[in-house]
Design a protein around this ligand. Structure first.
Ligand SMILES: Nc1nc2c(ncn2[C@@H]2O[C@H](COP(=O)(O)OP(=O)(O)OP(=O)(O)O)[C@@H](O)[C@H]2O)c(=O)[nH]1
Ligand SMILES: [Mg+2]
Length: 451
């Protein structure tokens, strides 16, 4: 059983000496705690209604310590219950002394993530937002921070809430109908139910698509350059990253290992991958390179198949055959070495030359456009949330699909409402509206103490 309003305290500033240290306290009795703390001089009269800052002189073993005290006396705080923060000089031994003082006055040490857990339990944030708090703490670059902040602001929760609310209305209508089954009253027409189920399924599928694209730690879409040996892949790779990371030579089979670099196309940060030319694998090293290449191509977001514009007629067939051997159909057919263009069948193909620079800007914008379409323009789900909720989203989609089939087959409202309930439960698991303690334990144990 979770106790959610006893007094907890923790150091909320990073470990080690710093100009400022912060100790955070939460619990129903924060105000009483503050009035009991030993102070030098008169204690301020704490406002029990509005959040305020106070200057307090704590008495620490008879020595005076000036602290700034921020008090949120009501439930309108981060944790959804009375909270206070002591801002003081960031000396670790002094911070420890203040923490001990608080513990001797009835606080216990907070567990990892307990302030955020309380916020979740108080209904101030949902699970996806709790994960976003972690995402903000762990963000290593601006794009990860932007994503975490957007999820924290409720981007994902809002979408899930809308889908759930509509399904709840449908469920209520269906169940109302069940009570009047004798009278043959329909509270919701089958046609409008069908439309709403399709819409819900589409929205869940779109979330699932975002969640499935979010399993890589880098979170950048991966673009792979593939093609026959000597097609000009490494030259193009270097041109797109603006460097010389890949070796270029006129000898076919120059690239063996997969070479990968982050770069930018349009507004998007991508991971660009150069691969070994597609050919028959004879020696063991080539076989290994081929396996690596196959893996990277299969898990990429976008495959660019490079065909040299001066491709001789005798290897055109080879080009077609290798193209067909790819783990999936390439997303973009590109004619490289456009400066050597021989004409031929290049309709609808993008052409570029690393020698003259022609077509490279067009290629960048086409890549950015295709990736944006695929990713809905921007990331909306943190990888940690995606990993946790993918199964639930899939299960919700399956329930919605079964509900649609049941509707099409003219099955009774009981079956429909059972499937709707199941979809709602699975969506509820994502936000934490339906939650179990295991999930909470796992999630909040990943936090640091004090958050
Ligand atoms: N004329 C011309 N030559 C190019 C162009 N791009 C590459 N080349 C030449 O084509 C040859 C092969 O280029 P690479 O970039 O090494 O080709 P690759 O596809 O990486 O080859 P592998 O690594 O062997 O698969 C080199 O001699 C390049 O200088 C181009 O746009 N125009
Ligand atoms: Mg190469």
């Amino acid at each position: 059983m979770l106790i959610v309003d006893d007094l907890i305290a923790a150091i909320a500033s990073p470990p080690g000496p710093a100009p400022r240290g912060i100790i955070r306290v939460a619990g129903a009795l924060v105000l009483e705690l503050l009035t009991k703390l030993p102070c030098i001089g008169s204690k301020p009269a704490f406002d029990s209604k509005a959040a305020r800052r106070y200057s307090v002189e704590l008495s620490l073993r008879g020595v005076s310590l000036k602290v700034d005290l921020y008090l949120w006396p009501t439930n309108r705080s981060y944790a959804g219950q009375p909270m206070a923060e002591f801002h003081l000089i960031g000396s670790p031994p002094i911070i420890d002394l203040v923490l001990q003082l608080l513990i001797s006055h009835g606080c216990r040490l907070a567990r990892p993530g307990e302030f955020t857990l309380r916020s979740f339990l108080a209904g101030r944030i949902d699970l996806t937002q709790a994960e976003a708090v972690l995402g903000v703490i762990d963000a290593v670059d601006q794009s990860q921070l932007d994503l975490a902040l957007s999820q924290l602001a409720g981007g994902l929760s809002g979408e899930l809430m809308q889908i759930r609310e509509r399904l709840l209305c449908d469920l209520a209508d269906l169940e109302a109908g069940l009570d009047f089954v004798e009278e043959d009253i329909d509270f919701v027409s089958r046609e409008s139910l069908r439309e709403r189920l399709t819409e819900a399924e589409e929205r869940v599928t779109s979330l699932l698509g975002q969640a499935e694209g979010r399993h890589r730690p880098a979170m950048r879409p991966v673009v792979v350059l593939a093609g026959l040996p000597n097609a000009g892949k490494s030259s193009l790779f270097n041109a797109l990253i603006g460097g010389q990371a890949a070796i270029v030579s006129g000898v076919a089979g120059t690239t063996r290992d997969v070479v990968q670099r982050a770069t930018r196309v349009g507004d998007l940060e991508i991971e660009l991958i150069d691969t070994a030319g597609w050919e028959d694998l004879v020696d063991p090293v080539a076989v290994q390179a081929g396996d690596q290449r196959r893996d990277r191509i299969a898990t990429s977001d976008l495959i660019v198949w490079c065909t040299a514009s001066d491709l001789s007629v005798d290897i055109e067939e080879e080009n077609r055959r290798r193209y067909a051997e790819l783990p999936r159909v390439p997303d973009l057919d590109l004619m490289t070495k456009a400066d050597l263009a021989m004409g031929g069948d290049v309709a609808n193909r993008i052409r570029c030359s690393t020698r003259t620079g022609a077509g490279l800007d067009e290629l960048r914008s086409v890549l950015a456009e295709r990736l944006s379409q695929r990713h809905g323009g921007r990331d909306e789900i943190l990888p940690s949330t995606a990993v946790r909720c993918r199964q639930d989203l899939e299960a919700a989609r399956e329930s919605l699909q079964r509900a649609s089939s049941a509707l099409g087959a003219g099955d009774g409202d009981e079956i429909l409402s059972m499937e709707l309930r199941s979809a709602l439960d699975h969506l509820g698991e994502v936000t934490g509206a339906v939650s179990n303690e295991d999930v909470l334990d796992r999630l909040f144990s990943r936090f640091c103490i004090g958050k």
